[in-house]
Ligand binder design. Structure first.
Ligand SMILES: [Zn+2]
Ligand SMILES: [Zn+2]
Length: 388
């Protein structure tokens, strides 16, 4: 019987094509010579022929710890340069075109840079400690996952990270004390920019980003190379979400609307109680009704319904007013009019109750019974929805 399995599928399913039966170092990324020098005492502590694998493992660990930091500063600096060059080919992708109308950032660029630097120090030390604590006794036995396993773990990790960050983020908005003490620091950026992606209170930076990143890696027992890729992409995505440009080519747009435009809405004013999801997907906002666009659509429908009942009521009141003034033509229908006023009032009340019960916690501000125009109501409610 002939084997019909595609060689590519066999390769993907293979768990040891990167590490052969005869161990040898296979580098995902080149190991610089200076690093080999650093690793030598560690790798060659014994005359184990598998020592090159240990070098490889150490390299992966170092990439896992430092690659996100390096990529953060490289990508932020590139975006910073772009924002100053103002080249037309990039400026067409700029969002925040309402910038003059927004309140300016309450923090200086210098303070942002220093705070992010501190965040990276804490993050790197935490990662180093975790590496030491969780490193297997015999690193040579911890082989690199097959690409299929690595890709699977990567996607599960993105869902775990999003879930953790959605609820942490939402909690930090709903709990006024937490918002005031910690999360309001991030919302000093009303006009976000790339360097500010990790501008947080140190406690929030540790809880939200450092712990949030470590959880999927620990739960899924990810190989350092898989973690390095996961952390690097997550970091680049977070920087991109704050950069003020919505790139047409952004991979985020292939999957859903969670990109710079999406998160930028969350930074309006002192923080809008919508669009908590970050950094990858929008499904939690969608499930919990905290997606800005859909919340605004619900609000619009409600306003239209209210406006309809209000118009009915106004018309009926005018009829009633004419009747009171002694208008004979109306007098004949006076009793009917009064009944109609009563019924439309009840209908409006019912509508409000239905709307109220369909609203969730993050959207409670939309239960106002204002009778102003939908646009003005929407604006006012949007203002109310902003955190204080
Ligand atoms: Zn943000
Ligand atoms: Zn927030």
């Amino acid at each position: 019987m002939t084997n019909t399995t595609s060689p590519i599928v066999s390769w993907l399913l293979s768990d040891n094509h990167w590490f052969n039966a005869e161990p040898r170092a296979v580098h995902l990324l080149p190991i610089p010579s200076w690093l080999q020098g650093v690793a030598k005492p560690y790798a060659a502590a014994s005359h184990d022929p598998k020592a090159p694998l240990a070098v490889e493992f150490l390299t992966a660990e170092l990439w896992m710890i430092f690659a996100p930091v390096v990529f953060y500063w490289i990508y932020s600096t590139w975006l910073y340069i772009l924002s100053h060059l103002k080249l037309t080919m990039f400026e067409v992708h700029r969002i925040q075109t309402d910038q003059p109308a927004r309140k300016p950032n309450k923090v200086t660029v210098q303070k942002v840079l220093f705070t992010v630097f501190l965040q990276h120090v804490v993050q790197s030390i935490t990662a180093l400690v975790l590496v030491v604590l969780t490193r297997p006794d015999n690193v040579v036995e911890w082989r690199m996952e097959s690409p299929l396993v690595a890709i699977g773990k990567f996607f599960i990790a993105t869902v775990l990270l999003d879930t953790y960050q959605y609820w942490m983020h939402r909690w930090m908005h709903v709990n006024r004390a937490l918002y005031k003490r910690f999360h309001s620091v991030h919302h000093e950026l009303t006009v976000p920019f790339a360097y500010g992606a990790l501008y947080n209170h140190p406690v929030e930076g540790f809880l939200m980003d450092t712990v949030g990143g470590a959880i999927p890696s620990l739960i899924l027992n990810m190989h350092p190379w898989t973690s390095a890729i996961f952390y690097s992409i997550s970091t680049l995505k977070t920087v991109d979400d704050h950069c003020g440009y919505a790139w047409a080519w952004s991979p985020a747009r292939l999957f859903n609307s969670n990109g710079a435009e999406y998160h930028d809405i969350h930074h309006w004013g002192k923080g809008v109680m919508y669009n908590f999801s970050q950094p990858y997907y929008t499904f939690w906002d969608h499930i919990m009704g905290t997606e800005y666009e859909s919340a605004m659509e619900r609000l619009r429908i409600k306003r239209e319904a209210e406006l309809g009942t209000t118009a009915d009521k106004k018309e009926d009141n005018e009829d009633a007013g004419r009747a009171v003034r002694g208008d004979k033509s109306v007098k004949a229908t006076e009793s009917n009019t009064i009944k109609r006023v009563g019924s439309s009032g009840k209908a409006a009340l019912r509508q409000r109750k239905v709307d109220h019960s369909s609203d969730d916690g993050g959207d409670s501000a939309t239960t106002s019974t204002s009778r102003a125009s939908p646009v003005r109501s929407s604006q006012r409610l949007s203002e109310k929805a902003k955190s204080k």
